[in-house]
Design a protein around this ligand. Structure first.
Ligand code: PGA
Length: 270
């Protein structure tokens, strides 16, 4: 895992958007895995700026979002499809047909989940998966106890998640109890993962993810099993990491690592 600690949420967003933009420029037909929530909002704003000011071209990009609330349609202002339109899709030149978000209104959810997995596969798999993290250590809506091999499926939200998302709905009672989410196994098949975390509320989950054991109780810890993960944090989210000094040291010696790595490394970080 490569752990990058930035001074502020703004520099996290610039760095994250830079990683996405590099891929889009290098591989215009890339497949992005996208996340919702407060964490990636600034990153999306920066991608919109890059599209506007630097002609970053999304015309061939394909996207798959991680999750959606069950019972909310695409026009519901609380749905993740709506979030994505508002914060990214409506402001860049991505064809709407290239964007995928799990269907929260499917009659047969199991069938819709299988179809979603098939669509990811047929698109060639996820090149870069953007992730946030819950205070309970979840990635997507893979709540504590989720199988580390799980695939796209129906999931019951954990009490921490309902509490954390209550403000967006006005009250915890209005937060849907169920969601459709890609699985931990689905995420681990992405070619590269980029997890973002901001603020002290995420510090404990980040410590468990980076420095704790791999456990289904903290599903983000499964990323330790992936060979190309970047964990991008602000200082507050990095606040409980014991090996912070080492992560800073690794970053400041990146230029040395690059000169030693050679062209055959294929860009894989860890
Ligand atoms: P947040 O949510 O970005 O709104 O903190 C992250 C998550 O639950 O994955």
């Amino acid at each position: 895992m490569r752990v990058i600690i930035e001074a502020s949420p703004e520099s996290v967003a610039r760095r994250a958007a830079g990683i996405v933009a590099d891929l889009v420029r290098r591989k215009p037909r890339c497949v992005l895995g996208l996340a919702t929530g407060s964490t990636p909002q600034r990153t999306y704003a920066e991608l919109i700026r890059l599209h506007r000011d630097e002609a970053l071209d999304f015309s061939q990009v394909v996207t798959f979002n991680l999750d959606e609330y069950v019972g909310l349609g695409p026009d519901d202002p609380h749905s993740y499809r709506h979030f994505m339109r508002q914060h990214l899709f409506d402001h860049v030149n991505i064809p709407p047909g290239n964007t995928h978000v799990p269907n929260g209104l499917a009659d047969n959810v199991d069938l819709a989940c299988e179809q979603y997995e098939r669509e990811i596969h047929e698109a060639g798999g996820i090149d870069l998966q953007l992730l946030g993290i819950g205070t309970d250590g979840h990635i997507a809506f893979n709540e504590p106890g989720s199988s580390l091999g799980s695939r796209t499926r129906l999931k019951t939200l954990a009490p921490e998640t309902i509490r954390d998302n209550a403000a967006q709905f006005g009250h915890a009672d209005r937060v849907p109890r169920l969601a459709v989410t890609v699985g931990v196994g689905t995420i681990l098949e992405s070619r590269r993962c980029l997890l973002l975390a901001l603020g002290a509320a995420k510090a404990q989950a980040i410590r468990q993810t980076v420095e704790g054991p791999v456990t289904a109780q903290v599903t983000a810890s499964a990323l330790q099993l992936h060979r190309d993960v970047t964990i991008l944090l602000d200082e507050a989210a990095a606040g409980q990491l014991e090996r912070r000094a080492y992560y800073h040291e690794v970053e400041s010696s990146q230029h040395l690592l690059e000169t030693r790595r050679g062209p055959a490394s294929g860009g894989v970080r860890r």
